[in-house]
Design a protein. Structure first.
Length: 509
RNA sequence: GGUCUGUUCGUCUAGGGGUUAGGACGCGUCCCUUUCACGGAUGAAACACGGGUUCGAUUCCCGUACGGACUACCA
């Protein structure tokens, strides 16, 4: 009875993948790996009107970037191909026939206007279930109410129609959700879902059940938004006689905006939260939107952060690699309530992984982050030094050069909390800096942080002065900022000539 | 409106009939440090409300309030 675990991530290529979808994919991946099963990606492209060019490639690029690729997909193929629903049309046609023959589905010829009329009437009458359902279908134009000959005639004449699920009027539907436990829903609250649309393609409700069955899916992880329609899916499994092979369901809590509402694109940008994993160009609005990757988030940080939204190992551990997550992930530990997105914590994870990253790797990330900017083409040598200088004070790779503009341009403004403070900025300090610049002419050693430090100390000692008293003044005169990373390393990066020039200018500050 | 679903520090969460209700992010203070940051230490900060059940409820039950999802020939 134990079947090999097979889970699927079933995104719809209607635009860039949403961050919530990324988490769903991650949970699917973790579960599959843990059980030595298969993780598949099935493209749910049955809505031709909403199809967006490039969206499918985007999904795969995201999974590759995060290191959670699919075992079977429309990209790599697999035993149960095709994995694109638009290519499975005949399969659905065959299976809907079974339902039709068994009397669990029926043809409906109603126009959109007629359906809208029905809803308006029912709402006006304060119906508790104002929909096309087991009760109201009696008043509509369908193969249940029309004479068989007329149905036949309409079908042969090619009249537009849909095929609907014949929901039983009074039946308790029960199923077990792995996260929420036992679910009981009365069929009288359901509607007769459209299974096959007028264009001949199936709706999600139908395609998803048929495909999950055919692809031997054992567990369905999907967003909470599917919970209300799950009973209709259960009905489908029952009508097909597939209960024994029905997958177990786990409806994941939603990821919410900081204010507790749905994390929409608009809401997200309002709070400075990226919603997309990668860069996305919206052809409709001509909008370019940066993703987590372009913002400088590391994949391991995103994975760790996402995994902990709505799930917890039950320990006090906060840092998990993908590999660590695999054996630990438990459905029972998935939270029921929606979780608000906390960008500060995401940044903290990024800082953590940044600090633990290999310097060479960081240097190439840094260079990459500068490529399309005026500073572009930061040399490997400079990048290496910047990493040492800035690793501990950066949230994103680009911070390592963006937070030190004075390394690229001499400052024109100087921190007034220093230059305006007579205890920190006085003639003695200015004279000392001036002297440093003059003495630098005779400096012949290698220009390194170490030798520079030695030099400054020597000059100070010769005059019986304490260096500490001038350090902040030197820093401000050099960088314009009263605070920052290691000054000696900054001077080393600046080079002797530039350092001397900046120091020489001290009297004009 | 209806159906479903949820509610522990500001946020993510652990816990579960008797606990000083634990951790993390963020915030405050201190230490380290030439500054800042890192790091370390430390502090403030929560069981939505009302009824039960019970010797005892934050924990179990029922309501209330407040969220959220769904209510398409979209997924």
């Amino acid at each position: 009875m134990e079947r090999p675990v097979r889970v699927r991530f079933a995104p719809s290529p209607t635009g860039a993948l949403h961050i919530g979808g990324v988490r769903t994919a991650l949970y699917n991946y973790l579960f599959a790996r843990q059980h030595g099963g298969k993780f598949l990606v099935r493209i749910e492209d049955t809505d031709q009107e909403r199809f967006v060019e490039g969206a499918e490639e985007y999904i795969y690029e995201t999974l590759h970037w995060l290191g959670i690729p699919a075992d079977e997909s429309s990209e790599v193929g697999g035993e149960y191909a095709p994995y694109r629903q638009s290519e499975r049309k005949e399969i659905y046609a065959k299976y809907i026939q079974i339902l039709l023959e068994k009397g669990h589905a029926y043809y409906a010829f109603d126009t959109k206007e007629e359906i809208e009329d029905l809803r308006n009437r029912l709402e006006a009458a304060k119906s508790t279930n104002p929909s096309y359902n087991a009760l109201t279908r009696q008043q509509m134009k369908n193969s249940l109410t029309l004479p068989a000959e007329e149905v036949q005639r309409r079908l042969e004449a090619g009249e537009p129609h849909v095929i609907r699920l014949k929901t039983p009027p009074r039946e308790e539907i029960r199923f077990h959700d792995l996260i929420r436990g036992a679910q009981y829903i009365h069929s009288s609250t359901l509607d007769d879902k459209v299974l096959i649309k007028q264009d001949g393609l199936p709706t999600y409700h139908f395609a998803n059940v048929v495909d999950d069955y055919l692809m031997r899916i054992t567990h369905v992880f999907r967003g909470e938004e599917w919970l209300p329609s799950a009973p209709s899916h259960i009905l489908l499994y029952q009508f097909f006689g597939w209960e024994a092979e029905m997958p177990l369901f786990a409806h994941l809590p939603l990821i919410l905006a900081p204010d507790g509402s749905k994390l929409s694109k608009r809401k997200a940008s309002e709070y400075g939260i990226p919603v997309f994993p990668l860069f996305w160009h919206n052809h409709e609005t001509q909008e370019d939107i940066k993703g987590y990757r372009e913002n400088g988030y590391l994949p391991e940080a995103l994975i760790n952060f996402l995994a902990l939204i709505g799930w917890n190992a039950g320990t006090e551990q906060e840092i998990f690699s993908l590999e660590e997550l695999v054996p630990l992930f438990k459905i029972e530990q998935i939270h029921k309530a929606g979780a608000r997105f906390d960008i500060e914590k995401a940044k903290w994870y990024n800082e953590h992984y940044l600090r633990h990253k290999d310097n060479t790797e960081l240097a190439s990330l840094l260079i990459e982050s500068s490529l399309l900017t005026p500073e572009g083409g930061i040399s490997a040598e400079l990048a290496g030094k910047l990493v040492v200088l800035m690793k501990d004070r950066a949230t994103f790779p680009a911070d390592m050069w963006q937070k030190v503009p004075y390394l690229f341009h001499a400052p024109t403004e100087f921190d007034a909390t220093v230059t305006g403070d007579s205890k920190k900025w006085h003639d003695e300090a200015k004279n000392f800096i001036k002297e440093l610049s003059e003495k630098l002419t005779d400096f012949t050693q290698d220009w390194t942080a170490e030798s520079i430090k030695h030099f400054i100390h020597e000059v100070a000692e010769a005059k019986a002065l304490k260096v500490g008293k001038f350090m902040q003044a030197i820093r401000t005169a050099t960088t314009g900022a009263g605070q920052g990373p290691d000054l000696m390393l900054i001077l080393e990066i600046l080079g002797k000539t530039e350092t001397q020039a900046r120091w020489a200018r001290v009297e004009h500050i």
